[in-house]
Design a protein around this ligand. Sequence first.
Ligand code: CA
Length: 237
Amino acid sequence: MADPVVHILVVEDEEAILRLIQYNLDAAGYAVRTQMDGAAALDDIEDNPPDLLVLDWMLPEVDGIEICEYIRESETHRHIPIIMLTARGEEEDRLRGLDAGADDYMVKPFSPKELVARIGAVLRRVRPSLARQVIEAGKLHADTERGKLSLKQGEKRVAVKCGPTEFRLACQLMEHAGHVQSRSQLLDAVWQDKELGYDSRTVDVHIRRLRKALDDAAAHAGDLIETVRGLGYRLEP
Ligand code: CA
């Protein structure tokens, strides 16, 4: 599986189905978390936003449609792709799921392999850096399968020697090249485990390391990352 790791939250109240999905996503190389009711799922999403959500329609406490609507209205979580699961197959329900903001929809019973394929397709569509093997932006080139970053210099490519966190940070900036990424957006995208007390200073430290790695690869290449005062960081497109 490609590095960076893709974190998926599966919310399903039928334990047998939940375990089946967990087993198959785990085997496909994803980092999987699970929740069995809607309220716990919302807390989990707030604490640690996943890269993708697999969401059952009928859930205790808060149902799947409400969670879907909540995410799409949320300023910080609206970009999370959602695949909805349901026992219902009516056209009207299918449309209601998509209307609520789901990216794709599967009717039970479904094949776990089909779900894995749909997840791959949704990730390729909405978060290219999570599914694509190569990202290019301006002078930078990232091979996400091997975790290697390089810098174009004329016809050649020079390796940028950086750690895995700087690599993920570079991928995130590359995915949004030309646009400012705030420290909190970078923190959400690059650092999954907020309980360890990461904050915006952490972002600044790793940006410094990434700039140094770029400068080591080619003179002044660190300047490709611009500090936008009061807003965040921006990679030259
Ligand atoms: Ca259910």
